[in-house]
Design a protein around this ligand. Structure first.
Ligand SMILES: Nc1nc2c(c(=O)[nH]1)N[C@H]1C(S)=C(S)[C@@H](COP(=O)(O)OP(=O)(O)OC[C@H]3O[C@@H](n4cnc5c(N)ncnc54)[C@H](O)[C@@H]3O)O[C@H]1N2
Ligand code: MOO
Length: 447
C-alpha cells in the first residue's frame, strides 16, 4: 500500500472492520427503519371474518331480486350490526340487518345493499346516508325499502382476502417502513426481531468552537460539524448522540472518548487530523496504548487494531482521514477532517456505508447516475485526486437519456453555504483534470 490511499481502499478497510449489530427484539415503532432478521409468518386470516365494505343492509339476494325504486323490495329490519359486534342476528328470508362498514356479515346474509340504494328505513325516496342511531334509534327496526338488487358476496370483503394464514407477510431482510409497520400491526405482531439502529457518538474538536446560539469571541466560530454529522447520522437511520465540541487537549479528548465508548456502536470525530501543532485527534489516538485493547480475537473482524490509523487519501475534499477499532468492544471510530465540507463529504463516503453495514442494510453505498455537466464554464480538478464537487442535479426529461448537473459553489472545503444549496456530489475521477459543459459525469444524488 502506498502512502496515499484511494477512496475505495479506505472504505474497504473500514468495512472489513465492521460487522452487523446483533439482532434484538423491538416494539413495532422502535423497529421502524430497521432490517428484519426473521421471516414473519401470518398467524391468522386477514380480514379475520367476512365483513361489509359499505354502510348498508345485509340481505339474502333472493329477497331483493328485481328490486327497483318503483317496485322496491320491502324487508323487515332485525337490528344493527356495528363494527366490533360480537353476537350476530341471523338474517332470515324477508329480513335485513342494518350493517356498518367493517362489521361481520351476519349468518343468513349473502350480500350488502349500500344505504344509498335504499330509503334508509324512512319510508321516503332514496337517502344518501343513515341517520345517527342516537337521533333515530327506530331505524334499527321497522322496514327498509331496497331499490336495487345485489349478487351474492357483493360489498362483502372475504375472510383471508388480504392475507392467508401461513403465508410470509414480510421476508427477513425487509427494511421496516411505515407500511410494513402497519402490516405487522394488522396481523397482530407487537414486536419483531431486527438489527437495531446503531448508536453513533458525534464529537467535534477545536478550541475555536462555540455552540450555535452563543456569542462569538475573537477567533471563534460556531460548531457546524457536530450538527451536520449528527443530522446526517440520523438521516442515515442511526441514533446519534452529539457530544459538544472538545477543546484541543489530547488528554481531555482521550478521556471524553473513553467515557463515550459505553454507549457507542460507532464514534465519529471531526477536526484535528491534519499536520498542525494542535491536531489533537491524531495526538490522542495514534498511540497503540490509547485505549484498552479488545478481549479475545474476533474472527469476523479482519484487520482489528488497537490504535487509530491516520492516512492521506487521494481525494478532495477529505484528504486526511483516520480509522480504528478501539476499546474493549473494538468500537469503530472514524476521524474526519475539520473543514465542514470535508467532514460532510467524508460522512457520505465512509460513515454512511459503515452505519448501513452495522444495520445490515444493502446497498451500502448510494446509487450513482450519469449526467451531463451544465453551466457556462469549464471545471478543473487536481490530477491524481478524486474530487467531489457539489452540484444541483436535474433528472432526465421524458425524451432525454441523461439528466443534467450544474456545479454549486467552488471546490474549497470551507464553503458551507453552497453545500446547503447542493443536492448531489459530482464524482470526478483521479485522472480527469478538466471538464467542459456537455461532458458526461458521474453524480451521487443526495437526499
Ligand atoms: N500544512 C498543511 N495544512 C493542511 C493540510 C495539509 O495537508 N498540510 N490539509 C488541509 C486539509 S485538506 C484539511 S481538510 C484540513 C483538515 O484539518 P483538521 O482535520 O486538522 O481540522 P482543523 O484544523 O481542526 O480544522 C480545519 C478547519 O475547519 C474548521 N472547523 C473545524 N471544526 C469545525 C466545526 N466543528 N465546525 C465548523 N468549522 C470547523 C476549523 O476552524 C478550520 O478552519 O487541514 C488542512 N491543512
Ligand atoms: O482535503 Mo481537505 O479535506 O480539502 O479540505
Amino acid at each position: 500500500m502506498s502512502d496515499t490511499w484511494s477512496v475505495d481502499d479506505h472504505l474497504e478497510d473500514i468495512l472489513r472492520g465492521i460487522r452487523p449489530l446483533d439482532p434484538i427484539e423491538l416494539n413495532l415503532l422502535d423497529a421502524q427503519g430497521c432490517v428484519l432478521v426473521e421471516d414473519v409468518i401470518v398467524p391468522a386470516p386477514l380480514p379475520p371474518f367476512d365483513n361489509s365494505s359499505m354502510d348498508g343492509y345485509a340481505v339474502r339476494t333472493a329477497d331483493v331480486e328485481g328490486a327497483s325504486e318503483e317496485f322496491p323490495a320491502v324487508l323487515t329490519v332485525i337490528g344493527d350490526v356495528a363494527a366490533g359486534s360480537g353476537g350476530l342476528p341471523t338474517v332470515a328470508s324477508g329480513q335485513a340487518a342494518r350493517i356498518m362498514t367493517g362489521a361481520p356479515l351476519p349468518p343468513g346474509a349473502e350480500a350488502v345493499v349500500p344505504v344509498e340504494w335504499t330509503d334508509g328505513g324512512t319510508g321516503g325516496g332514496p337517502v344518501d346516508a343513515m341517520r345517527a342511531h342516537s337521533h333515530a334509534p327506530q331505524d334499527a327496526t321497522g322496514q327498509v325499502r331496497v331499490h336495487r338488487p345485489v349478487v351474492p358476496r357483493q360489498h362483502v370483503r372475504a375472510k383471508g382476502s388480504d392475507v392467508r394464514p401461513g403465508t410470509v407477510a414480510l421476508r427477513a431482510g425487509t427494511v421496516l417502513g411505515p407500511t410494513q409497520v402497519g402490516l405487522l400491526a394488522a396481523i397482530g405482531r407487537g414486536s419483531v426481531t431486527v438489527r437495531p439502529r446503531p448508536r453513533v457518538v458525534v464529537l467535534s474538536t477545536g478550541s475555536e468552537l462555540v455552540a450555535p446560539g452563543e456569542a462569538l469571541g475573537p477567533g471563534q466560530i460556531h460548531d457546524a460539524n457536530s450538527y451536520v454529522l449528527t443530522a446526517a447520522a440520523r438521516a442515515a437511520g442511526a441514533i446519534p448522540y452529539r457530544v459538544g465540541a472538545v477543546a484541543d487537549d489530547a488528554e481531555t479528548l482521550r478521556s471524553t472518548i473513553e467515557d463515550q465508548l459505553i454507549r457507542a456502536d460507532l464514534i465519529v470525530t471531526s477536526g484535528g487530523v491534519s499536520v498542525g501543532a494542535y491536531d489533537v485527534v491524531k495526538e490522542a489516538l495514534s498511540r497503540v496504548e490509547a485505549f484498552a485493547p479488545g478481549g479475545e480475537d474476533d474472527e469476523h473482524l479482519d484487520g482489528a487494531r488497537d490504535a487509530v490509523e491516520f492516512r492521506k487519501l487521494a481525494m478532495q475534499p477529505g484528504k486526511p482521514q483516520g480509522f480504528g477499532l478501539i476499546g474493549p468492544d473494538r468500537t469503530p471510530i472514524l476521524t474526519l477532517p475539520g473543514n465542514p465540507v470535508s467532514a460532510y463529504v467524508s460522512f457520505e463516503l465512509f460513515v454512511r456505508p459503515a452505519l448501513r453495514a452495522l444495520m445490515g442494510r444493502e446497498p451500502l453505498q448510494r446509487d450513482t447516475v450519469r449526467a451531463r455537466l451544465t453551466g457556462e464554464a469549464a471545471l478543473t480538478s487536481p490530477e491524481g485526486k478524486r474530487q467531489f464537487l457539489r452540484g444541483a442535479y436535474t433528472p432526465p426529461g421524458d425524451e432525454e437519456e441523461l439528466g443534467g448537473v450544474s456545479p454549486v459553489g467552488g471546490a474549497d472545503s470551507h464553503l458551507i453555504a453552497a453545500l446547503a444549496q447542493a443536492d448531489a456530489l459530482i464524482d470526478v475521477p483521479e485522472k480527469t483534470t478538466r471538464l467542459a459543459p456537455g461532458d458526461e459525469v458521474t453524480v451521487i444524488p443526495l437526499d
